[in-house]
Design a protein around this ligand. Structure first.
Ligand SMILES: Nc1ncnc2c1ncn2[C@@H]1O[C@H](COP(=O)(O)OP(=O)(O)O)[C@@H](O)[C@H]1O
Ligand SMILES: [Mg+2]
Length: 368
């Protein structure tokens, strides 16, 4: 039985005692365990449903109560019920009204004369499952919308940062070059001074090339396309080591596996965020990165020996780093697990399903 092990909590709103007893009998016949409450009019129902500590799995509603009836009764009950499905049990055989009442937010419309234990049971189970699925869908839709908004903010921030870098660095370098060119143009510049100006200009151009490369690399690390994901992660880690002076160990035990470009860039960005977070927050002295191929999974573990993630820090943080990591993992169908212990450290574990192996003879092992 579908309802095995589940105790349904049901409110029956029904003024006719005979009808209530019948419904109760039907329910007891079908459900293993049931917690049944009875309200005889709208006022009683309102009181029971207003208690936010009592959550019902389903509400069965008779449409002709002494203190409220029909559409206005449906509207009032559906408004208080929010996530609880409401099934109308009625004596009116009014098909048009039945259809209309569905649009008012009820889950089902059942005629008392046609009611059997099984139809009632099915309607309750379907309505309650359907409501759960709809609620889950609404939550995930809300999450997707907020993620899209955050992503947009992150993109805008990234754009303004890059614009600033171009303006401040390249702008300045080109202004320097322009000044050097103006000096060269002067007729009274001696040969040796001219040579010095040209040497300076070559230097300035070299610096500009470096800046350009750096900006382009931040936009899209070329190394991923040229040497692959694992080399890019090694490059990321060695840059981090140089910048922070933190001791990093990286083990890559992977045969040549096939990942598509979307997987590669998202895995890279997740590692980049994890490593940036270590530099910004962890107060660690050591970082360990382990990349393994286990069965048909690629497992990446990034561990630091820092102070651990403070749950308040996550709640108060305005940044979306951890959320983005999660969303990126979801996007490529991977799993992200964050294990953090106060003053012991944090491990970010990413598991990616690898479906096909690359058809290649050169089985290179990237172990070091
Ligand atoms: N490796 C880590 N060690 C300690 N704290 C961390 C670590 N990674 C993240 N945190 C905490 O989690 C918070 C949220 O991280 P994140 O979403 O990336 O935002 P941000 O880095 O912009 O603050 C951080 O502010 C920090 O308090
Ligand atoms: Mg961060």
């Amino acid at each position: 039985m579908l309802t095995e092990g589940k105790k349904y909590k049901i409110l029956v709103i029904e003024d006719n005692t005979g009808d209530f007893v019948l419904v109760e009998e039907f329910l007891l016949e079908q459900f293993e365990e049931i917690n049944l409450l009875h309200a005889k009019n709208y006022k009683e129902a309102f009181k029971i449903l207003s208690d936010k500590n009592t959550q019902f799995d389903v509400v069965l509603l008779d449409l002709s109560l002494p203190d409220k009836t029909g559409g206005s009764l449906i509207n009032a009950i559906v408004t208080i019920c929010v996530d609880t499905p409401v099934i109308v049990l009625t004596g009116y055989d009014d098909f048009a009204f039945g259809v209309k009442s569905l649009s008012l937010g009820i889950s089902d419309y059942l005629l008392k004369e046609e009611l059997t234990p099984l139809t009632l049971y099915k309607s309750i189970v379907y309505s309650s499952e359907r409501k759960k699925i709809v609620a889950e869908l609404a939550t995930s839709e809300k999450r997707a919308r907020s993620f899209a908004k955050q992503l947009n903010n992150v993109l805008e921030e990234e754009r303004s940062r890059i614009a600033r870098e171009i303006h401040d660095e390249l702008g300045q370098q080109f202004s320097g070059l322009k000044m050097s060119l103006s000096s060269l143009k002067k007729l009274n510049v001696s040969e040796s001074a001219r040579e010095e100006i040209i040497d300076n200009m070559i230097n300035e151009v070299n610096i500009s090339i470096q800046s350009l490369r750096q900006i382009a690399n931040e936009l899209r690390p070329v190394i991923i396309d040229k040497l692959g994901l694992f080399a890019a992660i090694e490059w990321l880690v060695s840059g981090f080591e140089k910048k922070t002076g933190m001791m990093c160990e990286i083990y890559i035990n992977v045969q040549q596996i096939s990942l598509d470009k979307t997987q590669e860039i998202n895995i890279f960005r997740i590692c980049q965020e994890a490593i940036t977070n270590i530099a910004r927050h962890a107060e660690a002295t050591k970082v360990n990165i382990e990349i393994d191929e286990i069965g048909n999974q690629l497992i990446i573990k990034i561990t630091d020996n820092g102070k651990g993630i403070n749950t308040d820090g996550i709640k108060n943080s305005l940044s979306m780093g951890l959320l983005n990591m999660n969303e990126r993992a979801n996007f490529i169908g991977a799993k992200l697990n964050i294990i953090s212990v106060t003053n012991i450290g944090t491990t970010i574990e990413l598991s990616v399903d690898i479906n096909e192996k690359k058809n290649t003879n050169s089985r290179r092992s990237f172990s070091n």
